[in-house]
Design a protein around this ligand. Structure first.
Ligand code: ADE
Ligand code: ZN
Length: 336
């Protein structure tokens, strides 16, 4: 079996995915048309040409603009359904996805419109595709604490639908400490906490995420390698890092996939996982992330299997579910 076949065949889980980042240009134009919204690009091709980013902020500016055409519950349903249909074809069996309510509530869309559309699609895909899921509400860190508190309030009636809270958007200048009190309240309310840290920001932000926000998973975390004590702590506690190789390449966190820190992280026994982040913008969903990474870093099938197993270990599935998937991967590896 080739590496490509092996990647396609193994069950996989995605732990770092922004639903707004799955908005494919074709669907964006379709939804804009039915909502009488104008997109600042004349065609799908023109829009795709704009997808060249020198850093996180250049991407975020386009990403928030794209999300502006989402208005109705059906729009959020269609967005989520398209993603789930795509990953079903890639043998993703479980997803833990982010949604950014403030991107929508700030422009007058009701919280319930957003979550109802996303949640219904997730429920339908569990029914139809057998994909299990968890939902993570992410706060936009460029906005203030009061806005995050208001969003947390709005989420409380949906506590049964939302497993965790996260922190995303413009990292540098918006440290985790800015949201210490919001996360304390979220923990009190029973949410699991995660945060983007060490994507562009320093190792210090990863410390803050651990110490102040009490996160049990770090999104990205690339910069942890700058601090030996931090690496030791992440290894000792087996805190998962949700890496996103194609995202890192497109946002110039790494200049070449061959320079990606993943092998070094594996060597140090960090619990690293592969994810797609914003696949509509970064040129690949899960299988493409696995394959491009494996090719660039010359990963073996055993290493790919380890990464896929790590993702189940790092997920919020039950221990029994984790064991079953890990065994399936091991069996496929042995027979490959
Ligand atoms: N929002 C969507 N993708 C993101 C990323 N890679 N980093 C921070 N915020 C994001
Ligand atoms: Zn992300």
């Amino acid at each position: 079996m080739t590496i490509e076949e092996f990647i396609k065949k193994i069950p996989k889980t995605e732990l770092h995915l922004h639903i707004e980042g799955t908005f494919e240009p074709e669907l964006m134009f379709e939804i804009a048309k039915r909502n009488n919204k104008i997109i600042n690009y004349s065609s799908v091709e023109e829009l795709k040409k704009a997808y060249h980013f020198n850093n996180l902020q250049e991407f975020l500016d386009i990403y928030y603009e794209g999300a502006n055409v989402l208005i109705t519950e059906q729009d959020f349903y269609d967005l989520t359904w398209a993603y789930l249909t795509k990953v079903y074809s890639q043998n993703i069996v479980h997803v833990e996805i982010f949604f950014d309510p403030q991107t929508h509530t700030d422009r007058g869309i009701a919280f319930e419109t957003v979550i109802n559309g996303i949640y219904k699609a997730l429920e339908d895909s569990q029914q139809e595709y057998g994909i299990t899921f968890k939902l993570i509400m992410s706060f936009l860190r460029h906005l203030d604490e009061a806005s995050a508190f208001k969003t947390l309030e709005e989420a409380l009636p949906y506590k049964d639908w939302i497993s965790g809270v996260g922190l995303d958007s413009s990292e540098v200048g918006n440290p985790p400490s800015k949201f210490e009190r919001v996360f304390a309240k979220a923990l009190e309310e029973g949410f699991i906490t995660v945060a983007h840290a060490g994507e562009e920001g320093p190792a210090e932000y990863i410390w803050e995420a651990l110490d102040l926000l009490k996160v049990t998973r770090i999104d990205h975390g690339n910069r942890c390698l700058d601090d030996e004590n931090l690496v030791q702590k992440l290894v000792d506690l087996q805190i998962p890092l949700t890496l996103c190789p194609l995202s890192n390449l497109e946002l110039k966190v790494v200049q070449d996939l061959k320079e990606h820190p993943l092998p070094k992280m594996m060597e140090k026994n960090l619990l690293v996982t592969i994810n797609s982040d914003d696949p509509a913008y970064f040129g690949g969903y899960m299988n493409e992330n696995y394959l491009e990474t494996a090719k660039a870093l010359q990963l073996s099938k055993a290493e790919i299997a380890t990464l896929a197993k790590n993702s189940f270990t790092a997920s919020w599935l039950t221990d029994q579910e984790k064991e079953e998937y890990i065994l399936q991967i091991q069996t496929l590896l042995i027979n490959s």
